[in-house]
Design a protein around this ligand. Structure first.
Ligand code: PGA
Length: 261
C-alpha cells in the first residue's frame, strides 16, 4: 500500500479530492464510494470547491454508500443516507437518482444486504472507495474480528464506536443504534482503488496496526494490505506511531506528480 503523510487534514482532503476529480474527468459516470464521519469532510469541501471553480463536473457521477444504521428512517437527520445527501450530493450537485445505498429499515435486513451487494455489482463496482478508520481499526462498520472475506451484512456496534458516535446524537449514547448494515471487508476490497484517510492522534495506533501490523481480522483495516491499489493518507498526528514514516515521506516526495495517488 502507499502511505502519504500530509501536514494536516485540509491537505489530505485536497489530495483525495484531486484524485476524485481526476477520476471524474476521465470517467464522468464513475461510481464513488463515500464514507461518513468527521474525517472525510475536508475531502468533500475540497471537491465542492473544485466543482464551483469549474475544475470538474460531477453531474454524472454516481455515489455508493458504505454503511447505514439499522432502524433509523431514511429521513432521520443522522441516517447516513441523510448525512450523505447533506454533505456530499447536494453540495456537489449530484442528483439522488445517482445514489445507491442499503435500506436500513427493510423488514428483512439480510435480504436488503444481499440486494445491496447485487446493486453494487450491477453498477459495475466502485471505482474509488473513500474510507475512514475507527479508533478500533474498523472500516465501514466492520468491527474487530470481522471476517476479512465478509459481504454486506448486519453488524452489532462495539460500545467504543457507540461512544465515538454519540456526538452526532446530542452526546446521548442511548440514541445511537446498536445495529448497522455495512459493506463487508470482502465487498470493500472489490473497489478498484481504496483511499483511507486518518487524521488526529486518536487514530495513530489504528493506523500503525493497519500499515505495519500483520493482516489480521482484529484490525479490519489491515485488510487493505491485500488490495493492489490502496492509499493511506494520514496527517502528522495520525502518522506519529509509524516506524517507517521517514521512508513513506521519502518515497512520496520522489514520486512523479503525474502518477497521482
Ligand atoms: P470519524 O469516523 O471520521 O468520525 O473519526 C471514522 C470511522 O468510524 O470510520
Amino acid at each position: 500500500m502507499e502511505v502519504v503523510i500530509v501536514p494536516d487534514a485540509a491537505s489530505g482532503g485536497e489530495l483525495i479530492a484531486e484524485a476524485m476529480a481526476r477520476l471524474l474527468r476521465h470517467t464522468p459516470d464513475a461510481l464513488l464510494g463515500v464514507a461518513t464521519g468527521s474525517t472525510p469532510l475536508p475531502v468533500y469541501r475540497a471537491l465542492t470547491a473544485k466543482v464551483r471553480s469549474g475544475a470538474v463536473d460531477p453531474a454524472h457521477a454516481r455515489v455508493a454508500q458504505l454503511d447505514e444504521y439499522v432502524g433509523l428512517p431514511a429521513e432521520h437527520p443522522e441516517s447516513y443516507r441523510s448525512v450523505l445527501r447533506r454533505e456530499v450530493l447536494e453540495p456537489l450537485g449530484i442528483p439522488m437518482d445517482n445514489f445507491i445505498g442499503p435500506d436500513g429499515t427493510a423488514p428483512d435486513v439480510q435480504a436488503a444486504c444481499e440486494a445491496y451487494d447485487r446493486a453494487l455489482a450491477e453498477a459495475g463496482g466502485v471505482d474509488l472507495q473513500l474510507l475512514g478508520i475507527g479508533t478500533d481499526g474498523h472500516i465501514g462498520f466492520n468491527e474487530p474480528c470481522s471476517s476479512l472475506a465478509s459481504r454486506t451484512r448486519i453488524k452489532t456496534l462495539t460500545e467504543q464506536t457507540r461512544v465515538d458516535n454519540a456526538r452526532f446524537f446530542d452526546g446521548d449514547i442511548e440514541q445511537v443504534p446498536h445495529h448497522v448494515i455495512t459493506q463487508g471487508i470482502g465487498t470493500i476490497l472489490e473497489a478498484r482503488h481504496l483511499v483511507l484517510l486518518a487524521t488526529g492522534e486518536g487514530k495513530a495506533d489504528a493506523v500503525a496496526a493497519t500499515v505495519e501490523g500483520p493482516v489480521a481480522a482484529v484490525c479490519p483495516a489491515s485488510a487493505l494490505q491485500l488490495h493492489p491499489h490502496a492509499t493511506v493518507v494520514v496527517d502528522e498526528a495520525a502518522a506519529s506511531e509509524l516506524k517507517l514514516a521517514d521512508y513513506f515521506r521519502h518515497t512520496y516526495a520522489d514520486k512523479p506528480e503525474w502518477q497521482g495517488i
